[in-house]
Design a protein around this ligand. Sequence first.
Ligand code: NAG
Ligand code: NAG
Ligand code: NAG
Ligand code: NAG
Ligand code: NAG
Ligand code: NAG
Length: 345
Amino acid sequence: MAALLLVLLPCLLFTHAAARCPTGCTCQRITGTVDCRGAHLSFIPSNLSVTTEYLDFTNNSISNVSRGALDALQGLQYLMLDRNDITYIEWDSFRALTRLSELHLDHNSLKDARKEMFSGLGRLSLLSLSSNQLETFNFLYAKDLDYLKILKLDRNKLTRIPAGAFNGLINLRYLHLEYNQVTYLEEWTFAGLWSLELLYLNGNRINDTSQQAFAELQSIRALYLDANNLENISFEVFKNIKTVHLALHLSQNPWHCDCDLQRTFSKIYQVTRLSIADYPNITCHNPTELRNVPMRSVRLCIAELVTILIITATVILATIAAIFRAANSRKRKLMRTRHCHVRDY
Ligand SMILES: *[C@@H]1O[C@H](CO)[C@@H](O)[C@H](O)[C@H]1NC(C)=O
Ligand SMILES: *[C@@H]1O[C@H](CO)[C@@H](O)[C@H](O)[C@H]1NC(C)=O
Ligand SMILES: *[C@@H]1O[C@H](CO)[C@@H](O)[C@H](O)[C@H]1NC(C)=O
Ligand SMILES: *[C@@H]1O[C@H](CO)[C@@H](O)[C@H](O)[C@H]1NC(C)=O
Ligand SMILES: *[C@@H]1O[C@H](CO)[C@@H](O)[C@H](O)[C@H]1NC(C)=O
Ligand SMILES: *[C@@H]1O[C@H](CO)[C@@H](O)[C@H](O)[C@H]1NC(C)=O
């Protein structure tokens, strides 16, 4: 009897496991992996094993995530939903996933991302929403997401980042906003991001930034502003960033090369905690006679230098003249006094 049980037991376990593995997926009970890549799923299947830790739905046709669909998976640590047709995530859909570490939602059709969609994800360290249709998002005071270290919002349709949009993401280290359509950076855009180290804003349409846009970034190491629409930039934008060392990326912008701009760059150069990582690649776009000429090979403050020389020379000459005049008048006075004395005697 005992022997029969021993023979049957693995068999029973196996059927049990197989019943919980959705068609088209492969499930490994021991590692807690459920792999449903390209399984033609149009919704999240129920009856997934409660011991699942790694769940991969990449490349299916899931159109939404609704509340309850994932509630049984309390041990889940990785959830991949890349390359589906997700347009809608019901609020609190992930609320039971308190141990989830990574949530991948790249290549879907989300137009909006709100903190309420991600409530309960108190252990989430990576949230990836690259290559969606995001026009807007709101993570302001998303206290459930305060563990987040990497947030990817790149390759979307964002035209604006609200001031303080990320306030509350106190552990965020990497923020990806590249290849969107942002034109202007408002003041305090990145307020509250005390731990942010890398900020990717390249490939947008930024042509102007508030002088306070980057204020409060005290851990920043690299700021990517390359491939934007900047013609000029004020030194004040970087002056207030208090960090040990910050590498700026500023190439592939339509720089208007004039003395002001060169002076800004030379001020950046003089501040030891700032550097321009791609300076050799920075070229002028305007004036037309300087188009595609590397900025480092032109001297744009020559006219200014001449003016300064002329002013200095004038001042020196005027001073010398004044000294001469003073000396002369003293001599004359002295002679007049002596004359008087002579007369007195
Ligand atoms: C899935 O769960 C439902 C109840 O939620 C149950 O009726 C059904 O038999 C389960 N199917 C499998 C394959 O386990
Ligand atoms: C997605 O899955 C389909 C089958 O469902 C497969 O033909 C295709 O190559 C997969 N694409 C990617 C990018 O994995
Ligand atoms: C979510 O997707 C399922 C499966 O495609 C569908 O039955 C359901 O109506 C959808 N719910 C919403 C709110 O779009
Ligand atoms: C920046 O671009 C926007 C939109 O194209 C435009 O309205 C604005 O005038 C531009 N600002 C500057 C300073 O060029
Ligand atoms: C940059 O250029 C714009 C448009 O020519 C001008 O209004 C603005 O004052 C310039 N900013 C700086 C910092 O030079
Ligand atoms: C400069 O541009 C070249 C060619 O596009 C590229 O290979 C190189 O990495 C760039 N250098 C820096 C410092 O960005």
